[in-house]
Design a protein around this ligand. Structure first.
Ligand SMILES: [Zn+2]
Length: 246
């Protein structure tokens, strides 16, 4: 059970001798429509990581539950951390992990705006030594086949995909009676602190009405399989490069 938080110092030494792979979950605390909990972007990748922690030697760090949630700041309950702070925090955690002798960090990310910040942090954290950070935007990179098969509406924020996943993982936290659809499209990228609520009405982008626990299960199961495969590859010392058939 290699959850970093639960190991004693001597157990940690044993556990770290068995693997070179660490999983870092990066989430957010932000409004997700009126029907999903604020911690959705942390709860989902945390669930995936917990599943693999039971099956592999990879060590799982406690999640970083705050992200850059500027777009959702006007909505009650959102707690946002500045990009500058996050880059420093991600970098310091990565560096500290590498200093313990690990070689690979899987940044299992649950929130879009964190991705570019993880990349900046990783550039600096891998400057020396034979280290790599593999950034996985799990809702994009994993379960592509399952999503194509089960989803009837486009993916989005608190949309059919995320709602289905939460209905499978934490149905007790989904308020289905409060589900509404909403998707404001713009021709250009509009950046405005003043108009955030007009651009993302009800803190939603998409349609959750067709969501189901069964769709969520199919997506999550494929995601766990892919995460297991990635960990396995890294534990064999291989970067996850795509094979080209030439
Ligand atoms: Zn989300």
């Amino acid at each position: 059970m290699p959850l970093w938080t639960e190991l004693t110092h001597p157990d940690f030494i044993d556990a770290s001798n068995r693997t070179e792979v660490v999983v870092l979950i990066t989430g957010a605390l932000e409004a997700h429509g009126k029907h999903l909990p604020l911690g959705t972007d942390t709860i989902l990748p945390d669930y995936l990581a917990e599943k693999i922690a039971k099956e592999t030697n990879a060590l799982v760090l406690p999640p970083i539950p705050y992200g850059d949630s500027w777009s959702f700041d006007p909505f009650a309950g959102t707690v946002s951390v500045s990009p500058e702070t996050l880059v420093h925090l991600y970098h310091d955690v990565m560096k500290s992990v590498f200093n313990h002798g690990f070689r690979f960090i899987i940044a299992l990310n649950g929130h879009g705006p964190n991705a570019a910040l993880l990349q900046q942090a990783a550039k600096r954290a891998t400057a020396e030594g034979e280290h790599a950070v593999i950034i996985v935007n799990w809702w994009i990179d994993f379960a592509k086949t399952a999503r194509k098969v089960v989803l009837t509406t486009p993916e989005g924020h608190a949309a059919e995909d995320e709602t289905s996943e939460m209905l499978f993982v934490r149905p007790d936290l989904v308020d289905e009676a409060k589900m509404v659809a909403g998707r404001v499209e713009t021709k250009y990228r509009i950046v405005s602190a003043r108009y955030r609520e007009d651009l993302l009405p009800n803190a939603i982008y998409g349609n959750p009405l067709d969501a189901s626990a069964d769709k969520g299960r199919i997506i999550i199961e494929e995601a766990i399989e892919e995460l297991m495969e990635l960990v396995g590859q890294l534990e064999r010392g291989k970067l996850p490069l795509l094979e080209k058939d030439e």
